[in-house]
Design a protein around this ligand. Structure first.
Ligand code: 1GP
Length: 254
């Protein structure tokens, strides 16, 4: 098990290096397609797999984690949609507090329930301030969380929310327009938030092109997450990963 992913992320951030993660929803990903995605991810030097979904309706979680582990060494980070999506077969867990919402269950309630399991677990726990941003359509996560996303033109609310998360001691901020968002998070909001916090900033939701992935890291994102677009077209992994990592090459040349 890999137990120092957070220090790797902090070090990468301090050097201006960008990370690319592929989101695998165990429900959506048929094992046949998983093979293609894994091979493409290894070929393209993908940094992490995020494993999770808002609504896992079958028991594929452990099967997918073991299937990935058998085939490759890319670290697996759980991105749980609820407190049942836990497994010690992953490397780490995004311990999410939904700080854009005002649903106490997702701010602290579920955390109390899962704490005894996590305290004993070998998973690396990464406490993360999770912020939903309006992505132009009602996404599963908005409905399931029973919260309102931050309006996409309210950069000041996003900045203050992220700053509060950092001051509360959360280790990362994940701004998400929701899986399958029609509109990804605007660059101006990414710039505003990233220039006001010192912890790693993850950006996801509705990113479909290498161009948008690149402009997001140029705007200050430290990690880009893509799910849907890769489920639809697994060959996109290479271009997306290359776009995110192209910033690292530029940094190295300076
Ligand atoms: C969703 O940020 C992730 O939580 C990824 O979104 O599936 O739209 O790429 P997509």
């Amino acid at each position: 098990m890999n137990t120092n992913l957070y220090s790797q992320l902090q070090e990468a951030k301090s050097k201006g290096q960008k990370k690319f993660a592929v989101l695998i929803d165990p429900d959506q990903m048929r094992l046949g397609k998983l093979d293609t995605v894994l091979q493409n991810a290894m070929d393209a030097n993908v940094d992490y797999f995020l494993i999770g979904g808002s609504l896992i309706v079958n028991d594929m979680l452990d099967k997918v984690l073991v299937g990935i582990r058998e085939r490759c060494d890319i670290p697996q980070i759980l991105f749980p949609g609820n407190s049942f999506q836990l497994s010690n077969k992953a490397d780490a867990l995004l311990f999410l507090s939904l700080i854009s919402g005002r649903n106490p269950e997702l701010l602290i309630g579920k955390h109390v329930i899962t704490a005894p399991f996590l305290k004993k677990s070998p998973l690396e726990i990464m406490s993360t301030g999770y912020m939903l941003i309006d992505g132009g359509v009602a996404t599963t996560v908005t409905y399931m969380s029973n919260t309102n996303p931050i309006p996409r033109d309210k950069n000041d609310i996003a900045v203050c929310t992220a700053m509060a998360g950092e001051l509360l001691g959360l280790k990362m901020i994940y701004m998400d327009a929701g899986s399958g968002a029609a509109k990804p998070i605007p660059e101006s909001m990414i710039t505003a938030v990233s220039s006001n916090i010192d912890i790693p900033l993850i950006i996801g939701g509705g990113i479909k092109t290498p161009e948008k992935a690149l402009v997001n890291v140029q705007s200050g994102a430290d990690m880009i997450v893509v799910g849907n677009a890769i489920e639809t077209d697994p060959s996109l992994v290479a271009e997306l990963s290359h776009a995110v990592h192209s910033m690292n090459k530029k940094e190295a040349l300076i």
